[in-house]
Design a protein around this ligand. Structure first.
Ligand SMILES: Cc1cc2nc3c(=O)[nH]c(=O)nc-3n(C[C@H](O)[C@H](O)[C@H](O)COP(=O)(O)OP(=O)(O)OC[C@H]3O[C@@H](n4cnc5c(N)ncnc54)[C@H](O)[C@@H]3O)c2cc1C
Ligand SMILES: Cc1cc2nc3c(=O)[nH]c(=O)nc-3n(C[C@H](O)[C@H](O)[C@H](O)COP(=O)(O)O)c2cc1C
Length: 580
């Protein structure tokens, strides 16, 4: 134990370092002497006091709804801080929310993310719908505060947090702190909100709770590894044929030393720079083409592509540009920004900006997540990713996704990339003898390649069934040979594919699920876990709708009862989604 004194001990950081230098290597005997000495010192110097009557810590319920883990992590941070303020926090995942209990809650902190296009995180969807229904009891005795996480690039910015905040007020709960709506750089505003909320929730007559410092070592250990890593690209291959309209890259990363301890179902955040050609266009349009320092800063650190309502407002305020102000005043701004980027705004107004102004209207450049497509059992020193190049046309301009076009066009074998592990314990494999059904069209298939590698390595006995889909069999069958191999060696029991552009009527994975509905129900009723990964806008919703229909048809249930059957599987955490 080299650093036994935690960073949150009530000392300055340098003092903690000194203490760790002394206490870390101390022997058991030395530590016992120190403990006795300090106790004796206290007894001799602190005036005798009547011990305050022990009072139970006041409860605080922290409810979170999270997809990629940010809100869950903040809920943990808040709980830790709450304990230090004499509160007794209980963390509840919204997926497990018992609405009936809500009325009995005295203090409620809600930390929620918005996903899809204004949707709650997938596993919180049922509880969210219930919260909006008339099943909810009145909440007159509840004090609450809401922290909303989101991304200003989306039209429905933080809408789930906003809706819950209003809903709790309508139900009679008392808001004790104003909601904060956070963008992707949420660390500072979230920590400010946690402080404000805890101050508002803390009982005013609180006595100090003695000298016991509660330390959550398990949490510290879990977060300690989540630092960005440098990796070398040792394989970089387009899996689509040259005649495909798409490009999907298989990347193999090798780490200096062992790969971070990832599990099947986890992702990596990839830190990708902007396209220098795009930044040059932007600098030319702003009249700043000769500023090399600004150029380097924009390429590596600023989000120079997203155009959000907030960005447009910041631009109008900084430049007093008439056309931007008109767009905002007329209410047309929300529509105008759709399919446009910062470059369109700047070219449209032709105002020259200072370097400072340009920096200020952009936000920090964030990483992009990619599911890990390998198992450490097969790739102990590396990790594989599957990245689809995002390219599209809008408003007369060819556009490219920042990270995926970096992978497609500028990353090569031998290049280095920066990644950070994003664990996802909510998309993990079940026990080796449990059956699994995997629905993963397009890049959604990536984590299932990791699942299959892991199951092969451990000799899992459970059956595995993959539904895969893409545009065309001949051009877009990602990892085709590997699936065929897996079918041959039995690690994959069954595979059904849907190639949407090979048939006159578009055929998708949900159509295959419907076609094989009896077997699907058999597997699920036999205990299979169902995994869905990939597109969250249409595919995941269509698959869920189809599964409700499947249960309705095979089990002869009414639509309401079929919906309940699917909800039961979701509650049992056997219907798992990782969608984007
Ligand atoms: C948990 C998780 C796992 C993921 N796993 C994978 C994976 O395994 N493989 C993978 O390829 N991706 C994966 N993604 C998606 C990935 O993170 C990126 O979102 C994706 O690669 C696009 O990033 P980008 O930087 O290239 O594009 P960005 O620069 O982020 O641009 C994307 C934006 O461009 C706009 N846009 C895109 N297409 C169009 C269009 N046709 N018309 C108009 N506007 C459009 C939209 O506003 C969109 O949000 C995952 C996402 C998450 C959250
Ligand atoms: C595919 C996808 C869709 C998203 N949709 C929205 C959205 O509609 N509105 C919003 O404000 N944020 C949206 N976000 C941003 C998330 O809310 C944000 O990343 C948040 O920090 C996630 O928190 P979590 O990790 O707890 O799930 C989206 C993010 C992704 C990856």
């Amino acid at each position: 134990m080299n650093a036994p004194i935690p960073k949150n001990a009530p000392f300055a950081l340098e003092e903690i370092e000194i203490l760790n230098r002394v206490v870390g290597p101390a022997s058991v005997h030395q530590r016992a002497w120190l403990a006795g000495f300090l106790a004796g010192l206290d007894a001799a110097t602190v005036p005798a006091q009547v011990a305050p009557a022990a009072r139970p810590a006041e409860p605080l319920t922290i409810l979170f709804a999270s997809e990629s883990g940010n809100c869950e992590k903040l809920a943990g941070d808040m709980a830790k801080a709450a304990r230090k303020q004499g509160l007794r926090p209980e963390i509840i995942d919204m997926a497990d929310l018992d609405l009936g209990r809500l009325a009995g809650v005295r203090r409620l902190a809600v930390i929620v993310a918005t996903w899809g296009e204004g949707d709650p995180p997938a596993r919180a969807a049922n509880a969210y719908a219930d919260l909006m229904s008339d099943k909810v009891p009145a909440l007159a005795n509840v004090e609450y505060a809401v922290l909303a996480l989101g991304d200003t690039a989306y039209a429905e910015f933080c809408v789930v947090g906003k809706v819950i905040d209003e809903r709790l007020a309508v139900l009679g709960a008392k808001r004790v702190v104003e909601r904060i709506d956070c963008d992707l750089d949420f660390a500072e505003p979230a920590s400010r909100w946690i402080k404000q909320a805890l101050n508002a929730f803390a009982p005013t007559d609180l006595e100090p709770r003695g000298t016991v410092i509660e330390v959550d070592f398990a949490h510290q250990a879990a977060t300690a590894v989540l630092e960005p890593f440098e990796a070398e690209v040792i394989e970089h291959m387009n899996l689509n044929s040259s005649r495909s309209e798409k490009q999907t890259f298989h990347l193999e990363l090798a780490f200096d030393g062992r790969a971070p301890a990832y599990k099947p179902g986890d992702s990596f955040d990839l830190y990708a720079p902007n396209d220098p050609a795009y930044v040059d266009e932007l600098l030319t349009a702003t009249g700043l083409a000769s500023d090399d320092r600004l150029r380097a800063d924009l390429i590596d650190n600023r989000d120079v592509t997203t155009l959000s309502l907030k960005g447009l407002e910041a631009y109008a305020q900084a430049t007093h540009d008439r056309s931007a102000k008109d767009l905002l005043a007329s209410g047309e701004a929300r529509n105008w920004i759709i399919g446009r980027q910062l470059i369109d705004l700047i070219e449209n107004s032709q105002i020259k900006l200072s370097a400072e102004q340009l920096r200020n209207i952009t936000r920090p450049l964030g990483p992009r997540a990619y599911s890990i497509a390998s198992s450490r059992m097969e790739a102990p020193d590396g990790a594989h990713l599957l990245v689809a190049a995002v390219r599209y046309e809008s408003h007369g301009r060819t556009r490219k996704g920042v990270a995926s076009s970096f992978v497609a066009e500028r990353l090569r074998k031998g290049s280095r990339a920066r990644v950070k592990l994003r664990p996802n314990k909510h998309f993990a494999l079940p026990s080796h003898d449990t059956d699994i059904i995997m629905v993963g069209p397009g890049t959604g298939v990536a984590p299932f390649r990791a699942f299959m590698q892991e199951r092969r390595a451990v000799g899992a006995k459970g059956r595995s069934w993959l539904f895969f889909g893409d545009r065309r069999f001949t051009h877009d069958f990602l990892y085709q040979l590997e699936w065929q191999e897996a079918l041959k060696d039995g690690v994959l029991t069954r595979m059904d594919v849907a190639f949407s552009r090979d048939t006159p009527r578009k055929l998708y994975v949900q159509h295959r699920i419907w076609q094989h509905r009896r077997d699907v129900v058999d597997w699920i009723e036999g205990g299979a876990h169902l995994y869905v990964c990939g597109d969250g806008k249409a595919m995941a919703k269509d698959v869920r709708k189809t599964l409700v229909d499947v249960f309705g048809d095979v089990k002869r249930l009414t639509p309401g009862a079929a919906e309940q059957a699917i909800r039961a599987i979701e509650r049992e955490r056997r219907y798992l989604q990782d969608v984007y």
